[in-house]
Design a protein around this ligand. Structure first.
Ligand SMILES: Nc1ncnc2c1ncn2[C@@H]1O[C@H](COP(=O)(O)OP(=O)(O)O)[C@@H](O)[C@H]1O
Ligand SMILES: N[C@@H](CCOP(=O)(O)O)C(=O)O
Length: 314
């Protein structure tokens, strides 16, 4: 469960006085999620999600909230933040930065079908068309510098085979730094649990708190590794094709993007293998939630190395 900060009813009632959102009816902590404390909040004016930010500083948050507003206003199915009476998306509650956003309908899917893959591909393509015009900038905090620092933390705790694999992949990826690939704002964590569906219709993308300015192709790779991987670590090509068919309705890949695609899949697998290794070996203090299995991404990386051609040898 991921409710780190408990909110008393009177605290929430006081908080809601700063908005034109009617009066509190009910509220309930949300179990899913890892980073933040989330509550469903129902008022006489509608249904919302209250997030108390547990990791980010007050200064970092306007980027994410402005981005969510921008995307919702550009027809990306996503939750628009609610402004308080002074026009601010961000407030303080119980000592934590806090924001209210629209509550979206729908549920995440465990095994996406081809129509759902097409829908998420279509929306990511649309997001990548509009995102380069978003006026704010945030570097990727999980980029190659972070890979290096994190690898140094986890390598001493890993089995010999995994050490060799991780070191080889870091060397391999170092050959592809600073390529001139199309860039813009990316979601950077578009896993299945960050997309809500009503049947085959995508009702919303959530959890933009890893969003940053980086290579667009990397965002597709993050998506495909999670949405299309089979238990043996290989990709389900039918799902991959459905995602790209949807994506191409809005944006096509450049020749360099096509060429570099296998490298990007491996980079995305490396990033989540490392973050899961870090969470496994160094759980964050006070964390009372599920640690995700790092081996899933080691297996994906190994599957990619077996099935996709190397552009340069290790
Ligand atoms: N705007 C929203 N509408 C509906 N449900 C939401 C919304 N935002 C979050 N949720 C629910 O809260 C859960 C946790 O949200 P998430 O942003 O993934 O948390 P965390 O940042 O802690 O990982 C989601 O799995 C979803 O069930
Ligand atoms: N999608 C990542 C976890 C990212 O953290 P969250 O706070 O967005 O759940 C993974 O599966 O490793």
């Amino acid at each position: 469960m991921s409710v780190y900060t408990l909110i008393e009813r009177h605290q929430l009632e006081d908080f809601l006085c700063h908005y034109d959102l009617g009066t509190l009816v009910t509220y309930q902590g949300i179990n899913a999620g890892i980073e933040n404390t989330n509550y469903f909040v129902t008022t006489t004016a509608g249904e919302f999600v209250l997030t108390l930010f547990e990791q980010h500083s007050h200064e970092e948050l306007p980027y994410f909230l402005e981005l969510m507003a921008y995307l919702a206003e550009h027809n990306i199915p996503s939750a628009h933040p609610l402004a308080d009476k002074a026009g601010h998306y961000l407030r303080q509650l119980n000592g934590k930065p806090a924001a209210l956003v629209q509550r979206l309908s729908g549920k995440d899917v465990e095994v996406p079908n081809l129509a759902q893959c097409h829908a998420i591909g279509y929306t990511l393509g649309h997001l990548h068309v509009i995102s380069p015009d978003f006026p704010h900038h945030r570097p990727n905090g999980r980029g190659s510098d972070w890979w290096k620092v994190t690898a140094e933390r986890v390598l001493p705790l890993m089995a010999a085979d995994d050490v060799a694999l991780l070191q080889a992949e870091l060397r391999f990826q170092a050959n592809y730094k600073n390529l001139d690939l199309p860039r813009g704002v990316i979601h950077a964590d578009l896993f299945r649990d960050n997309a809500l569906f009503n049947g085959d219709k995508l009702s919303g993308i959530i959890d933009f708190y890893y969003a940053c300015n980086d290579v667009l192709l990397y965002d597709i790779a993050v998506l495909i590794n999670d949405w299309c991987s089979l238990p043996n670590g290989h990709l389900d090509n039918k799902r991959v094709d459905a995602i790209f068919e949807g994506y191409y309705e809005n944006r096509t890949l450049t020749p360099l993007e096509n060429e570099i695609w296998p490298v990007m899949l491996r980079a995305a697998a490396l990033r989540f293998w490392l973050s899961r290794l870090q969470d496994f070996h160094f759980p964050r203090p006070g964390e009372i939630t599920h640690i995700k299995n790092p081996d899933v991404f080691r297996n994906i990386l190994q599957g990619l190395m077996r099935t996709l051609p190397h552009i340069l040898s290790n």
